[in-house]
Ligand binder design. Structure first.
Ligand SMILES: *[C@@H]1O[C@H](CO)[C@@H](O)[C@H](O)[C@H]1NC(C)=O
Length: 351
């Protein structure tokens, strides 16, 4: 009599997830974005660190709604709209930034892991094509998405959404409005490689770029779910919205279904999640549409302002602003009377 019960349970467990979820950033336990305020340096609770943002209320920068998720992502109750407005300057920096960082002690920076998220833009509050945006990046920028005109490139604007390794574009596509881009970074912290899984809409992820060598590094608290925009003279701030869905990190084998781990099976589908054996045989399905000169000049991987404005010896950093850390190439001297205080390998601050 017990066997059918056990069998149904086992089947359900098997269909739940292909890998092991190390960290879940899908906002399923959030009643509203104001729950992000639960976190502080003194009380590090919840799935996200929330400190890289402008001075306005959280609802100016992050909002949650079922309308903001990929409709195919049935494992998520809601998605996040992450916004840059004209107040979105963090700590006196000249870059607009709204970023969430995983709050976890799980081994998200060891062995082979998959960083999942889906990203969409709309025509309303579209990310500017004329400024560089760094999206879903690590502090050292060993891998990230980018959009818009790339700092140092020729021309004025750029319609591409790119996947980059160390600032070099490895894949790109036109970033059209209303299209969900489903992504998994396949990061191997032992082999120092990163591969790129991608699909659009409700399609399962496929390995679009087989793992390539990268300067992989993370302290486990430096994946920025959100966006950083570099300044550019003559191009004023516009309001920008970025929609996020299905943010989680898993180990083991990859969940290719956009429904994600724990999702109810999609009616008519034999399985909502499927495990893919790791046979990196694919070749790039799309090559960057970059001129050689652009390739040479678009390698700026620091998320600091363009070098010309940060290399002067006479620079000074305001109180609370960043003055050091791995991958940081901005100004390192603090305005009097503040001094540059080490916080961790990735972050020092003028205090
Ligand atoms: C934030 O704190 C409130 C009040 O303690 C709690 O009800 C809520 O579940 C917390 N949110 C998250 C995401 O942990």
């Amino acid at each position: 009599m017990k066997f059918p019960v056990f069998s149904a349970l086992a089947a359900q467990i098997l269909s739940v997830s292909a890998g092991t979820v190390l960290w879940d950033g899908r906002f399923n336990e959030f009643s509203a974005s104001t729950d992000l305020n639960n976190w502080s340096w003194g009380n590090q609770v919840g799935p996200y660190q929330y400190y890289i943002h402008g001075a306005s209320a959280v609802t100016s920068y992050v909002n949650l709604s079922p309308d903001f998720r990929n409709p195919a992502d049935s494992g998520s109750k809601q998605g996040a709209k992450i916004t840059l407005d004209n107040t979105a300057y963090w700590n006196g920096q000249n870059m607009r930034r709204t970023e969430l960082i995983p709050q976890t002690t799980a081994a998200i920076n060891k062995g082979k892991v998959f960083y999942h998220f889906s990203l969409m833009r709309k025509d309303t509050n579209a990310p500017a094509l004329t400024r560089e945006h760094q999206i879903a990046f690590f502090e050292s920028h060993f891998t990230e998405l980018k959009s818009g005109w790339q700092s140092g490139a020729a021309g004025v604007s750029d319609p591409l959404l790119r996947w980059c390794i160390g600032g070099q574009t490895k894949w790109s596509t036109n970033w059209d409005a209303g299209v969900w881009h489903n992504v998994a970074y396949e990061i191997d912290f032992s082999a120092n490689t990163v591969g790129f899984w991608h699909s659009t809409g409700s399609n399962p992820l496929t390995q679009t770029i087989a793992p390539v060598s990268a300067s992989v590094s993370s302290n486990g608290a430096d994946w920025h779910v959100g966006v950083l925009e570099l300044p550019r003279d003559g191009y004023p701030d516009s309001n920008e919205d970025y929609f996020w869905s299905g943010v989680y990190i898993e180990s083991g084998s990859l969940t290719t279904s956009v429904a994600g781990p724990g999702a109810a099976p999609v009616p008519g589908s034999s399985s909502s999640s499927s495990s893919i054996s790791q046979t990196p045989t694919s070749t790039p399905t799309s090559t960057p549409t970059l001129s050689p000169s652009t390739l040479v000049t678009s390698t700026t991987k620091s998320h600091s302002a363009p070098v010309s404005s940060t290399s002067a010896a006479s620079c000074s950093v305001a109180q609370y602003a960043q003055c050091g850390g791995n991958g940081f190439s901005g100004c390192k001297s603090c305005a009097a009377p503040y001094t540059c205080k080490f916080s961790n390998d990735w972050y020092s601050q003028c205090l």
